[in-house]
Structure formats: C-alpha cells, structure tokens
Design a protein around this ligand. Sequence first.
Ligand code: TNX
Length: 508
Amino acid sequence: MTRPFPWALLACLAGCAPGPAPAPPEPWTNLLPRAQSVTVTDGVFTLGADARLSADPALEPVAELLASTLRASTGFALPVGESGAIRLQLAPELSALGAEGYELSVEASRVIIRAPEAAGVFYGAQTFLQLLPARVERTAAQPGPWRVATGTIRDQPRFAWRGLMLDVARHFFTPAEVRRYVDVIARYKLNRLHLHLTDDQGWRIHVDAWPALTTVGAATEVGGGAGGFYTKAEYAELVQYAAARFVTVVPEIDLPGHTHAALASVPELNCDGVAPAPYTGVSVGFSSLCAGRPVTAQFIGDVIGEIAALTPGPFLHVGGDEAKMTSDADYGAMMAVVRDAVRANGKQLLAWEELARADAGAGEIVQHWLDPTLASAAAARGAKVVLSPARRAYLDMQYDLDVPAGTGTFWAGFVNVPAAYDWDPGALLDGVPESAVLGVEAAAWTETIATTDQLDLMVFPRALGMAELGWSQPGSVRSYLERLGAHGPRLEARGIGFFAAPQVRWGQ
Ligand code: TNX
C-alpha cells in the first residue's frame, strides 16, 4: 500500500488554508481593453460576505452600480456607506490621467479606485470586475470564493470617442433591448451609443410637431414587420440610463437622403406633394427631402429642435450620407439649414463623411465609412473624424461566407474577428493624422438583423475589439485574441449569444 500524498501539508505550505487550495485568482493579463500600466504583486484580496463599499458623495451612483453587480452574483449585502474595503475616491491630483483615466489599487485588505473624474472611477470599477471570476457577471447568487490578485493599474484611453452604432430604423429594437447593449458596452469602456433613429424604412422617435412621422412612419420595418418607435419619455429614460454608465447617446436623424419614412408620413415634404407608400425593402440612396421649400426648412428646424431638447449630450448626428438623388446644390442648401438648426440648438454637428460635399470643417465631426478622400478633405478643413471603416467596423458584415448562417451581408467583404481588430485608427487614412481622429465606432446596420439573437451574434465579440482599439495603445492581434478567449464566459454569464469565432480559444 502506498502512503497517501500529504496534500493538507502542501496546502499549508501554500498559506495554511484549510481544505483544498482555492483556484488561483483571475490573471490580470486578461483585461480587455488592455490597460496601460499593470503591476501585479503576490497577495490576494478576498471579497467577503461582510464587505462594504465607500464612496465620495459624488461617486455614490457609481458605487451603487458596482455594488448591484456584485450583490447579484455574490449574494452579499455590500452596503455603500462611509467606510469600506472597496473605496471609490475622486483624486484631482491624478489630473494627468484625464477625464476617463483611473488608478486601481488592490491590496490584501482593501481596494481603492481613484480618478480625477467620476467616469474614470466607473472605468476603474469595470476593470475591477474583470479581475473577479467570470461568474461575477451572473445575475443569480454564485458560490465564492471571490478572490483578486493584488497589484496596481494606471490606465487611460487613447481616444475620446469609442462608439457602437445601432440601426433601430431598419429593424426596431425596444428600449429594454437597447439597455442590454448599453450594459455590456459600458463594461468594455465604450462611451458612445449612436442611435440611427430614422431611415427609409422607419422613423423611430416621436416628434410633437409632426406626429405622422410615428403614426405612419414607424408602423413597419424591413420585411414588413410591425416596426415601433420610442416615445419622448422612453428615449429620455434610455439617455439617462446610458449616462449613468458614462455612455453618451448620439441621436441620428438622417437628412436629406434616407428619408423615405418621413416622405411617406408627410405629403408636403415631397416635391409632388404626394406621400409614397411605406418602404420595407433594403435598397439605399433613392430618397430625398424636397429642397428650397419653406416646409422643408420648417420640418428640419422642428425635428432638430425637439431632438436637441431631448438630448443632454453635446452631439447631434444629421446623417448626410448617400443622398444620391439630391443635387450638390440642393444638398448644400439643405445642409446649410441643418447646420443652422444644430448650431441654434447649441449642439455639435456630426455627419457621415459625405458632409464633405457641403464643406465640412472646423467644429464639425465627420464619420468615415467608405471613401477615404472625403474624410481627409474634411480633416484638411479642420473637422475631426470618427472612424467606422466598413471593411473593419461594419458589424452587419458576415464573419465568413454564410457565417453566421442566414444573417448579415458582405458588400464590404467578410470581417472575421482578427480582421475587425487588425488596423490602427491612428494610421488608417492618408491625410487624417491621429491628432484629427476623435475615435472609433462599430456600426450595427440592421437590414439583415431582425432579432437580438442575431444582433448578439454580429455585435459580439467584434464590438470588444473596437473597444480595445479605442481605449488601448496599439497591440498585437495575437494578444487580443488570447485575452478575448477569457471573455467568452463573461459574455455567456450575461446571456449574450456571441459568435464563438474559430480563431479564438474560448475559456470555459
Ligand atoms: C451603408 S454607412 C449605409 C447604410 C447601410 C449599410 C449596410 C452608410 C452611411 N450607409 O445605409 O445600412 O451600408 O451595410
């Protein structure tokens, strides 16, 4: 008979823990987006059942959000009060970290998250969550232990604009469905949710001055489904929900093309005064408001005024793309009206790169998607650029031929998970130096995406690659793919049906 191996003695050598040694804490090397500077030390912090959180008064909402995630999965009470093992602090002396940077320090007995501004503290908390086991993302109580290796992280983003665009016009997605995406993108430090609210196939936000936009224009979608729209109250609530997670909602009203839903709703907007039937197909570039009419200017002013009033964020996206039926002169005239309205309402104008047709320039933001010359022309005149190159950032592109089956398209090519990440936003376009790049945005167009199951498959994991391109300094595709594998279980724990790309070794 062989003598049993003295496991208990070995465990004692490793720290005298009773019973089998617990699993090692989550490695700090799996952070996504990758953090700027990471120092790991050799201790362990354990979140216990009696732990408390403390926060400067201005940070209480951030502490409550962190606590609510931790409460759900740990089952612990985790009160937020005056003192605690997890401390959230504003630290003006760290101003070099900028508006979104943070410092996270994990010691054996406490965790301190400090940042010059609340957004940074929020991002520090998101990083802390990634250092806990993946089951922290579950919404039902899980078994412990809740261990985190000790160390320090200092981190700040490369770009100010890190976005996801959701096209709720081609297929409508409810406020609850959109909130689910806000939750996930905020975890990965994305900070803009661009809502493509209007297009040929649907108008998705109520406008008091033109109620037909939603009574008629919202009643269908691609394929003839029931469509839908946000009431002003629903939209305001969504904006607030996102803001609490440091995500700025950027509403887009697409003008003067991509306006068939408006033309179908309001006869006067048509040059012949006749409203066409609603459109449920997938063609682009066939519609235009009628230039030079007082009613068109009135319409633009009313819509922009009401959307601006509903939107606390500084940006208003006015589309401007693919107005193929609009002459340059008419385009210029209508965009001049649009510009005046945006300015009069105190907002910053953002438009697709085609705004270069109307001399986009200083104080404006153009969003590149297809033609590199347009964004560089705008940058040369002083505009800032958000990069959504279709070949990398369009999330409606399939990963591979008919992958995932029956969803997506490939007019810009297939965009697999490595390719979506394998580019440098600071060096994508000639004539658009990094200093002119405001940031990056992944775009989920939904002509071919009708359900959240389909949307999950197309958005994730590619949106996570975009989050890293926007936040982290340039890094290798290999490192990204390795770390991404550790986030499969986290997405799964949140109920996100992501695409399990074959290039990634997915964790269990
Ligand atoms: C191009 S991007 C469009 C959208 C479509 C998308 C489909 C842009 C400014 N226009 O209208 O939905 O391609 O991939």
